[in-house]
Design a protein around this ligand. Structure first.
Ligand code: SF4
Length: 465
């Protein structure tokens, strides 16, 4: 019987089965950042341990860094302490760090792939939920907590429960104005935010086969929002060509042999899945979240559901509607937005910025909207500046920032105020996620954020195309 990619990668990285029923997996790449590492390094020091495989560890700074003025020390003492601790820890333990001012700095899930650190067939871990992003390359990538970061630093291993595999086939073709973000939001809406519990999601089908690596990363990034432990796409020619020539890619003389092995890790044609789901790409529309988790979403031409229609716990829907200031039956199009945010590890890559720039070119941000674009990495920022994309955004009234997590979460100066409504290309719309306890987040594609910025309200991007 054929095997899935998950099974192949899992078996190759198994150190031993543990009495707990978990598997001890060897981790090929450990990505670290400033937020989930200070206590882990403290534990190493307290126990007199070293980092087991420094050459398999790579650090960057992203969550807490300001995206505007970056003069040190930061005004936020806690942020300054976290960054100083990471710098010290990487120095003391001999680890590579893309520090502030380094050409390679950026959001951890953006720089791993663009530097060629992320490769097919790998196991990857990082102390951030959205590590699932790296599955786009046919790796098995786990978001882990601080105590697991300690374990991986000290042993390069992770104890993890076995997973079932659900294949999600996205068939047909996407209509104009519908993006990878709309596909993954639709999947989460249909299968539920806990629907993936105990599963790895394998994304397949014509639509996924035709996607660029940036689009596949957007899909895999949000697997965790659907409850899946990991998400992945089988490696193919698109994957191989993306990795070729990147700074940490295998050298030219061994690249072809390596890429043959990568392709052999793809799920076999006769692999058996624990579950299969089909999503028809042709039927999808641009999607917007109306509630307080990524599963509470509707098509941009739809109306906000009532507690009885939502298909979830009625009390949860009532609570979400009250928090968002929405009424059941209200069209989501036309909801006024105060802030427009294009960024985050879900949608801050060059292709995202290009697509959003196409919408804003020759237009202007609505007078009441604060709009910002935050490239996912310094490298994306430089490329966008070279292409004239930054100029298009600035001419349209967007603020153009330095790379970082920014308004994806409230750990740096980019925060919502009061109960502002933000059209965001990020991944979480939980209460208070963007830094204000009453701030409201509407998740959507970068092109839809661009459209909302210009219109000053939620609007169907297809009208501006
Ligand atoms: S952009 Fe958001 S989700 Fe991604 S790593 Fe940063 S804080 Fe986490």
């Amino acid at each position: 019987m054929g095997q899935t990619l998950l099974r192949k990668v899992w078996d190759l990285h198994t150190v031993r089965q543990l009495p707990t029923g978990q598997t001890q997996l060897f981790i090929g790449l450990h990505l670290i950042h400033e937020v989930t590492t200070p206590q882990a390094f403290d534990a190493l020091r307290a126990n007199g341990w070293r980092v087991a495989f420094p050459e398999r560890t790579f650090g960057t700074v992203d969550h807490i860094i300001p995206t505007g003025d970056r003069k040190r020390p930061f005004l936020d003492v806690m942020a300054e302490d976290m960054l100083s601790a990471l710098e010290r820890n990487c120095r003391d333990f001999g680890l590579r760090l893309a520090a502030l001012g380094d050409d390679r700095q950026g959001i951890v899930h953006v720089i791993g792939p663009e530097l060629g650190l992320t490769q097919p067939g790998m196991t990857i871990a990082c102390g951030d939920s959205h590590t699932s992003t790296h599955g786009a390359f046919g790796s098995v990538a786990f978001g882990i907590g601080t105590s697991q970061v300690r374990d991986v630093l000290a042993s390069q291993c992770l104890a993890i429960e076995p997973l079932k595999v659900r294949r999600i086939r996205v068939t047909g073709a996407l209509p104009r104005g519908v993006y990878a973000k709309d596909v993954i939001l639709t999947i989460i809406q249909r299968l539920g935010v806990r629907g993936g519990t105990g599963y790895a999601y394998e994304y397949a089908g014509d639509v996924v086969d035709r996607m660029s690596m940036d689009e596949r990363m957007t899909m895999c990034n949000m697997s965790i929002e659907g409850g899946a432990r990991v998400g992945y796409v089988n490696p193919d020619a698109t994957t191989v060509e993306y990795v070729r020539g990147r700074p940490f890619a295998p050298p030219a003389e061994s690249f072809d042999a390596m890429s043959r092995w990568w392709l052999s890790m793809a799920s076999d044609a006769d692999a058996v899945y624990d579950d299969e789901v089909e999503i028809r790409g042709n039927e999808l529309t641009p999607v917007v979240t109306w509630g307080v988790h990524p599963g509470q979403s509707i098509g941009v031409d739809g109306a906000v559901p009532s507690p009885a229609q939502s298909g979830e716990d009625a009390a949860a829907t009532t609570d979400a509607l009250a928090y968002m200031g929405l009424t059941a039956g209200q069209p989501i199009a036309g909801m006024k937005v105060d802030v427009a945010f294009i960024g985050s590890c879900t949608n801050s890559r060059l292709s995202d910025l290009r697509e959003a720039a196409r919408i804003v070119k020759g237009r202007h941000v609505a007078p009441h909207v604060k709009a910002l674009v935050v490239p996912g990495s310094a490298s994306v920022g430089r490329a966008a500046e070279r292409e004239g994309i930054a100029e298009i955004f600035q001419a349209a009234g967007f603020e153009w920032r330095n790379a970082g997590c920014s308004m994806c979460l409230g750990m740096n100066p980019d925060k919502l105020e009061g109960n502002q409504v933000c059209a965001a290309s990020s991944n979480r719309n939980f209460k208070g996620r963007q830094g204000s306890p009453t701030g409201r987040t509407l998740l959507m594609s970068p092109a839809m954020v661009a459209a909302a910025a210009v219109a000053g309200e939620v609007t169907d991007v297809r009208r501006l195309m």
